[in-house]
Every structure is written in structure tokens, then in C-alpha cells.
Design a protein around this ligand. Sequence first.
Ligand code: CMC
Length: 428
Amino acid sequence: MSKMAKIDCEGHELEFPVVEGTENEKAIDISALRKQTGLITIDEGYVNTGSTQSGITFLNGEEGILRYRGYPIEDLAKNCDFVEVAYLLIYGELPNQTELSDFRDSIRHHTMLHEDMRLFYNGFPRDAHPMAILSSVVSAMSTFYQDSLDPHDPEQVEISIRRLMAKLPTIAAYSHNKSEGQPFAYPQNDLSYCENFLQMMFSVPCEPYKADPTFVEALNMLLIVHADHEQNCSTSTVRMVGSADSNLFASISAGICALWGPLHGGANEAVVSMLQQIQEDGGDVDKYVAMAKDKENGFRLMGFGHRVYKNFDPRAKIIKKACDQLLNKLDLDDPLFEIAQRLEKVALEDEYFVKRKLYPNVDFYSGVIYRAMGIPVGMFTVLFAMGRLPGWIAHWKEMHESPSKRICRPRQIYNGPNVREFVSIENR
Ligand code: CMC
């Protein structure tokens, strides 16, 4: 017998089923509440709302745990490459040798963009933000691949998944080439996923190019730690759009737009801008900590705080270690890294941050690594999107495979004016 929760609702005692997950998380299923009482629940920002049951990612914000399909993020970041982790997220199991090489091969065979798609880039202004280009070109994929838009046809979904995984790095690299006025480098299918991306970003036709293996390793790790994070803002967007049976390209394009925001994936860009601002302002970290604490000011320490993690962000731990190693190896003395370290120390000891459990999040150190790799600030969130793609796909697919899938349609409490008489324009 399933457990029930009793709720006293305006004098009526009602019972609702308690749903329990495999990690003993519990939720009250209130889907019948309105039918029984006429009441809805309200939860601005979905702070306490479970939108679905999902078997993809488990995270425990209190204990700083993050697992994809049951595997701890630390193990995956240490032992896997990104394509392997993408397979795990999308299909539910780690691939064997044959499955992995088939998956890699099929991705390799779709890396090029249609030549007409390359022409889009001529229409964007030179200073267009690469996230805007990314979402536009991904959305436009639905005009080029009209043969694979049906979300209910598993074969069409499969080919769209491969095309997205293959083409997103090419679309991303071209948005960088466009802003630099550099020619577009075609993908090279003998290279690994990360090497190929770096080659398309940085090679020029007049010189040979070989990606630095240290950068390839760092990029691989960053893509893995960004690959999924359960029902975050962009993933919920992908699910929301997909719930209307919009095609996969349209749904992912919407997710890219959500990720762009500075409170979400755009924070990595905002962190580096903030560190630069502190440096140009004389490096007074205390001043910025004081500004962040001042409620009148509106300034926030970017890269600090998380809706779910209230202990530490396990991804930030992995990235910080990799960041230390990379800077040591390259013998780089990045003044922004030094400011980041001081800021972290001051904030972690300050009562305001301690009391509110505001720890450095995934975006705090990733920007420093990207800088060390020579990736321009505008591309940081694009790299986040490349990493998050398999997570978005996995959630979209899980939702469509669920027998209980319904269009997402929250309700509201109306608090506007009551009915009033129409006033003609000359009397207003
Ligand atoms: N600096 C200063 N104060 C902060 C910060 C910050 N970065 N973050 C939260 N607070 C304070 C906030 O003012 C509030 O204080 P009080 O209780 O006195 O009103 C308290 O901490 C709780 O904050 P909240 O805004 O209610 O928390 P939230 O769960 O709604 O927001 C957040 C989470 C990540 C949007 C927020 O912490 C933030 O804006 N951080 C900076 C942006 C950032 O780094 N975003 C990346 C998130 S991780 C990657 C991703 O999601 O893509």
C-alpha cells in the first residue's frame, strides 16, 4: 500500500499519495487537489515543485552529490570521455566497445553543416552574441531536416539526436570564426569530439594546427561536468517546449535561450566580467563582497550560490582542481585567478555567505580555464550549451517515452482588476 499524506484543506481532511524515489526523496502527489477542492498550489520559481519523476540525474544539494544514471560525477569525469557520457545520459547505460564506436562513427558522419546553412552566418552582425547565433542555427535545423521532425517516430528522433550532437560544435565554432572574421574550418572526422571543436575554433588555412592535449583533456572534463543537472531552468524549458510535441531542434533551441541568462549558464561569462571589473578597480575584493551584501545595491557575486546546492557544488570542486593543475602546467600567472581565489576565501568566511550557504558554483572557475585555453568570454556559455546538450536530449526523450506525458501547463492565481466597463478611446 502506498503511503498517504493528510492535508487539512479549509476544514476538509484530504489524503494524497506520497511518491518515493529510489534515493528516498519524497513528494506529495497533489495532481487531484483541484478536482477535489477547487484549490491549486502556488510556488513562484518552482522552489518546491517537482515537475516530473526522472531516472537520469540524482543530485543532493545538502550533501553535494551529483550522479548521472547512478554513476558519481567524480568517476565519470576521471574515467570517461564526453561522447561516452553523452551515450550514458541519452540511452541510460554506459556503452560497450561496439556501442561506443558505432555512436562515435554516426556522430562523425554528421559533423558538416549544409553549405546553405553556412550562408546564415553572412546575415548576422559581426558582433552578434554567439548564443543568439547558436539558438538561431539550431532552430533552423528544423528547416533543413524536415524528414526527421516527428517526436513520435523513434527513427526520426534518433537521427536528429546524432545530427545535433555532431553539428552543435561546428555551429558553435563558426559563430566564433564569424566574430573574428576568420574563414570557417571544416570538421575533421579523424579527430576526437573535443580536438575537432578546438581545430574548428582555432585553425587557420595557412598554418598547421594541433590542439594542445592539455586543453583537450580540460575541455572534455568541462563538457562532462556540465552534461546534466536534472530539472534546471534550461532543461525544464526543453521539456516544456517539447511537451507541446514541438520537434527536438525547436526544443533544444529554446533551451539554449534559457541557458544564456546570467542567472543560469550566462553566469560563467558574468564571473569573468566581474573579476575583470575588480582587477581594473584596484583588486579590492572586500569592496565587492560588501557590495554583494548590501541589499540596496543589487550587485551579486556571480558564480556564488545555487538553488539546490547548499553545501558545496561537486562540479566546482572538480573544476577548481583541474584549474589549479592547468595553470601550473601552463605556468600561467592569471591575475583573475588570483582574484578569484581571494574572493572565494573572503566570501566563504563571511557570515552573510556562510549563513545563506552561498558557495562557489560550477561557473566560478570554469571561466578561468576557458581563458587559459584562449577561448573568448562570449563563447563561455556556448561551451556550457555543448556540454548540456546530451542532458537536454535525455530529458526530452525520457519525457516522450513516458506513458504519463502531458502538455506542461501551469495554472495561476489572477490578481488583476475585476471586470470593468469598456472606456472608449476619447474618454480615456
Ligand atoms: N551574491 C550575493 N547574495 C546572494 C547571491 C550572490 N551570488 N546569491 C544569493 N544571494 C542571497 C540573496 O540575496 C538572498 O538573500 P536574503 O535571504 O537575505 O534575501 C539569499 O542569498 C537567497 O538567494 P535567492 O536569490 O533566493 O536564491 P535562488 O535559489 O533564488 O537563486 C541563484 C539562486 C543561483 C540564481 C543565485 O544564487 C544567484 O543569483 N547567483 C549568482 C548567479 C550565478 O552564479 N548563477 C549560476 C548558477 S549555477 C549554474 C547554472 O545554474 O547555470
